[in-house]
Design a protein around this ligand. Structure first.
Ligand SMILES: *[C@@H]1O[C@H](CO)[C@@H](O)[C@H](O)[C@H]1NC(C)=O
Ligand SMILES: *[C@@H]1O[C@H](CO)[C@@H](O)[C@H](O)[C@H]1NC(C)=O
Ligand SMILES: *[C@@H]1O[C@H](CO)[C@@H](O)[C@H](O)[C@H]1NC(C)=O
Ligand SMILES: *[C@@H]1O[C@H](CO)[C@@H](O)[C@H](O)[C@H]1NC(C)=O
Length: 393
């Protein structure tokens, strides 16, 4: 009897020791890989959008998350290097680059950058919180909120190899891209068993996009040339032919993913309208995080509250600089500042996309200027169907 009792207590002691050991091991592992999601593996998110559609802001919502390695528009390097080609021809190089980035294989940039390079050679690197914190740079903690300007002055000279090293330590790799016009180009990535790709398709009212594009005509001229296939000639898009292409691509992507989706795409696509993010930031952000399998930390929640209520450093190029209500106003600015002639022209080239995405056409100038008449149909009424099981009622 005594022996059995002793065995029992020994077993219990052994179990306790083992448990403590496992707990220690587990916490140590977590310390080494603070962001690893565990056996589930990595999550890869592509924010698929277009120029001037609020994608920098949405990108920040991911970039600032402690579990996320974020790059903004890495395919910029492809387009700059091969500017005499069309967007369609460049699709494959863009896809290959995105695939490599998702795998944290940064050797893909060998094709587009000089051999002697550092972190600052990467397009818009300083908007990535991951490139402003360890192991790249010690300016911010992983759960800190990074600032682009501060990072730019202090972290750019780090060796380029650190980009890959950093990428490997995160559970989520998020890429924002505006240089893809066809979702089928991404099918090989969606079926790649070594990737867990999800697509957030971010759209915005084309009339607001045009209003915003008018403020950066020069910066968009080279990209316009590629979209319109002009063999390297810069184009000022006075006739909205670029908008026609952009709207056509939104229709292609949304239609394919919603009505003709192959099984591998069905649960991996989410449509987000920028106007909904502006009007209900927290609701929309929570849904995007849920889709991406990211937790909303209390710090992030506080930061989001701050930037949508005019506190702290917002995102300087975005409408969120002041209050959320102002942002709603800013998103309506096209209604007072664009001429009705222009609005009609945009509606003409984007009619299909607008009907599909819930942006109502205005028929008269009076209707355009009457702000009490909301032209953005409520999302629920509009019935988006990205994932039937998760659709809010
Ligand atoms: C690294 O970047 C800095 C500027 O950010 C530059 O002065 C320096 O020459 C770069 N080093 C290399 C090896 O390219
Ligand atoms: C494109 O431009 C280059 C030089 O600017 C020229 O050599 C080439 O012939 C052009 N190609 C076409 C198809 O026009
Ligand atoms: C939000 O703003 C408050 C008040 O200015 C500040 O104390 C807090 O640290 C901010 N939160 C974040 C995460 O920046
Ligand atoms: C929105 O804009 C209108 C007209 O410019 C202005 O009267 C109103 O006060 C603004 N609302 C907010 C919340 O700023």
């Amino acid at each position: 009897m005594a022996r059995i009792r002793m065995n029992c207590s020994m077993t219990a002691a052994f179990l306790i020791i083992q448990t403590i050991f496992l707990l220690l091991l587990y916490s140590k592992q977590n310390a080494v890989l603070p962001n690893a999601e565990g056996k589930e593996g990595k999550v890869h998110i592509l924010i698929l959008s277009s120029w001037r559609s609020g994608s920098s802001f949405v990108g920040q919502l991911f970039s600032q998350h402690p579990d996320v390695f974020y790059l903004m528009e890495p395919a910029w390097h492809v387009w700059v290097s091969m500017f005499q080609n069309s967007a369609r021809v460049l699709h494959m190089a863009v896809r290959d680059l995105i695939r490599s980035v998702f795998h944290c294989d940064m050797s893909v940039f060998d094709a587009y950058m000089q051999k002697e390079r550092n972190v600052s050679h990467l397009f818009q690197w300083a908007v990535s919180r991951a490139l402003c914190s360890s192991p790249v740079c010690d300016l911010y903690e992983h759960d800190g909120i990074s600032n682009e300007m501060a990072c730019k002055t202090l972290c750019g000279k780090q060796p380029f190899a650190k980009v890959e090293e950093a990428c490997n330590t995160y559970s989520h790799v998020v890429v924002k891209e505006v240089r893809l016009f066809d979702v089928q180009v991404l099918y090989p990535l969606l079926t790649d068993p070594s990737l867990n790709l999800k697509i957030i398709h971010l759209v915005r009212d084309p009339r607001a996009v045009v209003k915003s594009r008018e403020q950066s005509v020069k910066a968009l001229a080279r990209d316009n040339g590629i979209v319109l296939n002009t063999n390297g000639t810069k184009v000022d898009d006075g006739k909205y032919e670029v908008m026609r292409e952009i709207c056509r691509s939104h229709v292609q992507i949304y239609e394919t993913a919603s009505f003709k989706a192959p099984t591998f795409l069905k649960e991996r696509y989410m449509l987000v309208r920028y106007e909904d993010v502006v009007r209900n930031p927290l609701i929309e952000i929570k849904e995007m995080y849920k889709f991406a399998k990211l937790k909303l930390t209390s710090k992030l929640q506080s930061w989001i509250y701050n930037i949508t209520h005019g506190r702290g450093p917002g995102h300087k190029k975005e409408a969120f600089r002041t209050t959320s209500r102002d942002a709603v106003n800013v998103s309506q600015a096209w209604r007072t500042s664009l001429t009705f002639q222009k609005v009609k022209k945009i509606q003409d080239v984007c009619k299909g996309a607008m009907g599909m995405l819930g942006y109502q056409l205005v028929d008269t100038e009076a209707e355009q200027k009457d702000l009490s008449h909301d032209v953005v149909l409520p999302r629920r009424q509009y019935h988006f169907s990205w994932s039937s099981s998760e659709e809010p009622n």
